[in-house]
Design a protein around this ligand. Structure first.
Ligand SMILES: *[C@@H]1O[C@H](CO)[C@@H](O)[C@H](O)[C@H]1NC(C)=O
Ligand SMILES: *[C@@H]1O[C@H](CO)[C@@H](O)[C@H](O)[C@H]1NC(C)=O
Ligand SMILES: *[C@@H]1O[C@H](CO)[C@@H](O)[C@H](O)[C@H]1NC(C)=O
Ligand SMILES: *[C@@H]1O[C@H](CO)[C@@H](O)[C@H](O)[C@H]1NC(C)=O
Length: 212
């Protein structure tokens, strides 16, 4: 099952190693909170001694946040950490090299680069940037967004309930119609062939276990 996406990836991606921070490459968070800087790697032919690091762009100067060499997939590497309040939470579980930034301050605002280099792929390297924005409090727009999302979820639930009620009602009507149809069938079969008295009684007895 897993082979298929890998093959597709190999066929379509121009370069082998790929670092990814997911669909949203930035995060806005309130100072004092704890955030995750997400990053995962992917490689067509697999990895061996993959080197990765996280770098922080400190007004033009790249400083290392942490680094490690990953011997192989799903083996937790020994990670060197150079910045305080940093924890390696990805643990290389499913190619996850995400880090946690504890108790963020305004100085943590900036660009974080997740870099990888795979010796198995002729030292092919790839990097991706994740931007952290530390704010005093979340903007009103975000609160509005939350309300919109909340009401959307509420709407979806209301819709589901409505849909289920409608479905139950439809089933009820269908059951009623079916009952009527059966009555018709029983009566008509009774009229059509008197020989089928047995099957007629069978038809009569059938709905009884259903009602239990
Ligand atoms: C955020 O920063 C402000 C200003 O430095 C500070 O007064 C406040 O206590 C901080 N908030 C948290 C949750 O640390
Ligand atoms: C984060 O802040 C809390 C509360 O101030 C403190 O207990 C904790 O040790 C801090 N964590 C780190 C990693 O600095
Ligand atoms: C990476 O690991 C962290 C910590 O366990 C988890 O919160 C996050 O969802 C993981 N990311 C992916 C893409 O699996
Ligand atoms: C990998 O990146 C370094 C810079 O970080 C560059 O000098 C080197 O040429 C790159 N290697 C390959 C194979 O692209």
């Amino acid at each position: 099952v897993n082979a298929h996406p890998v093959i597709t990836l190999c066929m379509w991606s121009a370069q082998g190693l790929e670092m990814s921070v997911g669909k949203i490459p930035y995060l806005e968070a309130v100072n004092g909170s704890t955030v995750m800087l997400p990053c995962t790697y992917a490689s067509c032919i697999g990895i061996k001694n993959l080197y990765f690091n996280w770098q922080f762009n400190d007004s033009g100067i790249m400083t290392k946040v942490c680094e490690a060499e990953i011997a192989s997939e799903d083996v937790e590497p020994p990670v060197k950490i150079f910045r305080e309040r940093v924890e390696f939470v990805g643990k290389n579980h499913k190619n996850n090299v995400s880090i946690l930034l504890w108790n963020i301050t305004f100085e943590d605002t900036g660009q974080y680069t997740c870099y990888g280099r795979n010796p198995k792929e002729k030292d092919r390297n790839h990097s991706v940037i994740f931007t952290l924005i530390v704010v005093d409090e979340l903007k009103v727009a975000d609160k509005t967004m939350t309300i919109i999302i909340a009401s959307a979820v509420g709407g979806a639930i209301a819709f589901l309930i409505g849909f289920m009620l409608l479905k139950n009602f439809t089933l009820f009507v269908l059951a009623k119609l079916e009952e009527k149809n059966k009555e018709c069938l029983v009566t008509s079969s009774g009229i059509d062939n008197t020989e089928n008295g047995l099957s007629g009684s069978k038809a009569d007895s059938k709905p009884t276990p259903k009602k239990k």
